[in-house]
Design a protein around this ligand. Structure first.
Ligand code: NDP
Length: 276
């Protein structure tokens, strides 16, 4: 039984607890705390911003790149400076065996894989009349076959753990098509079909699969384009601006986190209303 002194002591303890309340930011509570993510193609652009946001939200990040060794090293240094856990892997997403080696290496290093972001992608634009077989194959292999490679490679650990979120970086042109981009549009449309099929196959195992379709996203690459042309694009978008890599990264965090626990098989357009 408590006596009056003990009750007072208890109340004081509660009061003290109130006084030392720690804000979520101080406590580093994040939407992705404790989760391990693979992000393909994160040495620059959208993938790099996704890596930053994932680290901010408490995830452990394994990212890939194809050739940008220095940029990858710099990203590791930048994002581990505040205690984040991040590791870069030089791994060709278009290669089946490399994808499996990557998955094995991440399992060995971090023990699990909760999230896969299939972000690596390239363009080789040309009108069909002039498009070479090489331009077609390169885009389909890097953008679409890579999604099969990586998803297949992380399947075993995700199935075993009965948890997973797979996010495929498609594009609005995968929905609408675009003259001069038949290879790219086909690869991005293929990703959406793949996403819906995997969502149906793996939903019963608590593995979700969604796609993001970014519109016009302003990156280092678009900064080099003619300002008048770019302004014309901005003016034609309902929100009157190009998107930022952070706009895409925020949606990726949502789909990776438990905030989207009841969302699967969907394509979210992050395009300022360009596509409705
Ligand atoms: P970037 O060209 O800026 O970056 C591409 C990234 O993918 C780089 O890290 C690159 O590595 C990596 N990569 C390329 N090929 C491979 C490969 N075979 N294996 C592993 N990594 C590879 O692209 P963005 O940031 O602009 O685009 C990212 C994704 O978003 C792409 O899938 C793109 O199609 C999609 N998207 C982009 C839009 C935009 O406006 N930017 C609009 C709609 C969709 P390295 O540096 O070593 O070459």
């Amino acid at each position: 039984m408590f006596n009056i002194i003990e009750i007072n002591k208890t109340l004081n303890t509660f009061t003290n607890i109130k006084k030392v309340w720690i804000s979520p930011a101080q406590n580093k509570m994040g939407l992705l705390d404790g989760k391990v993510a693979i992000i393909t193609g994160a040495s620059r652009g959208i993938g790099k911003e996704i890596a930053k946001e994932f680290i901010n939200q408490g995830a452990t990040v394994a990212f890939t790149y194809l050739s940008s060794d220095e940029k990858a090293k710099a990203l590791e240094v930048e994002l581990s400076a505040n205690g984040g856990t991040i590791k870069g892997f030089k791994s060709n997403a278009a290669d089946y065996d490399s994808a499996h080696e990557l998955s094995d290496a991440v399992m060995k290093e971090f023990g699990k894989i909760d999230i896969l972001v299939n972000n690596a992608g390239i363009t080789r634009d040309n009108l069909l009349m002039r498009m070479s077989e090489e331009q077609w194959d390169e885009v389909i292999n890097t953008n679409l076959k890579s999604v099969y490679n990586l998803t297949k490679a992380v399947l075993k650990p995700m199935l075993k753990a009965r948890i997973g979120s797979i996010i495929n970086m498609s594009s609005v042109v995968g929905v609408s098509g675009n003259a001069g981009q038949s290879n790219y549009s086909a690869s991005k449309a293929g990703m959406i079909g793949f996403t819906k099929s995997i969502a149906q196959e793996l939903g019963s195992r608590n593995i979700r699969c969604n796609a993001i379709a970014p519109g016009f996203i302003e990156t280092e690459m678009t900064a080099a384009l003619d300002e008048k042309v770019v302004q014309g694009w901005r003016d034609s978008i309902p929100l009157k601006r190009g998107g930022s890599p952070k706009d895409v990264a925020n949606t990726t965090v949502f789909l990776a986190s438990d905030m989207s626990a009841y969302v699967t098989g969907q394509t979210i357009n992050v395009c300022g209303g360009m596509l409705m």
